[in-house]
Design a protein around this ligand. Structure first.
Ligand SMILES: Cc1cc2nc3c(=O)[nH]c(=O)nc-3n(C[C@H](O)[C@H](O)[C@H](O)COP(=O)(O)O)c2cc1C
Length: 158
């Protein structure tokens, strides 16, 4: 059995979904078992699933999470589940021209989950849409390093 990763996707125009698919491919090629879950209609119980989580989300409005992530975010805030058993990483998509709210959607999830006791694995990946790099390529490489560093032990033990 391989280490499991569930990617939770918050997106408005599909970039984060595309990023999640590239990450799924690159981790899948390395033997990880990856599932993608759009945040639409997700409930906090998702965190009872075995394995690590990747929050892959863009930012909209005034530093808000995307529309398809809002209900999920608010449900976690309301339920305040104990996430001490949860380990997660962050892939945050944004644009530096938005200044103070750069990648705030991902940062908000990070603060929410860590505030409920979850353990973040590694530093968040922040992608600037104006950087000239493709987020799906940056994320695929980042995820391989992330998994190699943080999930290798689990994979070996599985
Ligand atoms: C109306 C609008 C508002 C945005 N607001 C922010 C923002 O506050 N901070 C940020 O870092 N990026 C912001 N962005 C940039 C998006 O997060 C970025 O383009 C992202 O790659 C879009 O991913 P998606 O297609 O998965 O939604 C905004 C984009 C649009 C179109």
């Amino acid at each position: 059995m391989s280490a499991k990763v569930t990617i939770l996707v918050g997106t408005m125009t599909g970039t984060a979904e595309m990023v999640a698919q590239e990450v799924e491919t690159s981790l899948g090629n390395e033997g990880y078992s990856v599932a993608i879950e759009p945040m639409d209609n997700l409930v906090p119980d998702i965190f009872e699933r075995e394995g690590a989580f990747l929050i892959c989300t863009s930012t909209y409005g005034n530093g808000d999470v995307p529309d398809n992530a809002r209900a999920f975010f608010e449900a976690i805030e309301a339920a305040r589940p104990d996430l001490a058993a949860v380990a997660y990483g962050i892939i945050a998509l944004g644009d530096r021209t938005y200044g103070a709210t750069y990648c705030e959607g991902g940062k908000r999830f990070d603060a929410l989950l860590s505030g409920l006791g979850a353990r973040r694995l590694g530093e968040p990946m922040l992608h600037d849409a104006g950087s000239g790099t493709l987020p799906e390529e940056v994320a695929a490489d980042w995820a391989l390093a992330w998994a190699g560093e943080h999930l290798a032990e689990r994979r070996a033990a599985a």
